[in-house]
Write a protein that binds this ligand. Sequence first.
Ligand code: TA6
Length: 289
Amino acid sequence: MIDKNNIQDFENRFTSRTIKFSSVNAFPSIQVSNDFAQAEILLYGSHVLSFIPKGSRDVLWLSSKSKMTPGKAIRGGIPICWPWFGPLATPAHGIARILEWKLEDIYSEKDGSDTLMLSLDCSDSNGLRVQSKINVGAALSFSLSTENVGHEDYSLTSALHAYFSVSEIEKVQVKGLDKEPYFDKVANASGFNKGELCFHAETDAVFDQTQASVIIQDRDWKRSIRLEKSGSKSTVIWNPWIEKSKSMDDFPDQGYRNMICVEAANVGADARVLQPGEKHTLFARIVEE
Ligand code: TA6
């Protein structure tokens, strides 16, 4: 489990009006509540569970049936897929989301937002170190910086696998991917997107030539969520729909109706080969408009 002294150490060293330490099940968590938003981040997986802009509702979706047990991925929030995406190796989506991260620092910025920095040292196994920098303000900003401290090239694939909360999936459009090629993992075929994305069936689309920001437009809740990114030429869009929702024991049967995954990524042709000593940062900024 997480080294509680690490938390205790911070509780002793760190007093703040806007940051408190708590726990979710047995997972130590950091609760941020400032003038802009509230958020909860677990040290487990450096996992953002929620981001609630002041006066609004949670931007992120978290399954009511999510496991909260060591070694299991959490269903919802922003799981980190790293240092591989999907079934490239075991476990699917890599190890970062099911490992204990070290809390490196927490501080309040001059603008009143709050920043957390966490790290994971896997140099003994794959030669990689990774650091997350999470800023909670009017927007949620997330940097995932990987350094190859080993002696071999490493082909890194990763994603900030964000689950966004929506009123009703068939009332949602995703904009920003017009005229973009993608691979349809459901049809196992390439496609070319025209206009906005709408959702009326299982969707698992990998756009691997786009640096564009994406907007999730929710007609019922009258809100738009913008996802901006850098260090990424791939964006993954996922909704499991009916049958796949039923097949996952950590996913409510009707859960697909109230979520959409839009993931800033480095996947497919956008994999990043890190030579020894090289670094890469995948960055996403999420803001409700
Ligand atoms: O990002 C889409 C995806 O790769 C889907 O293919 C599906 O597997 C989803 O991730 C969830 O994966 P998980 O391992 O978290 O159940």
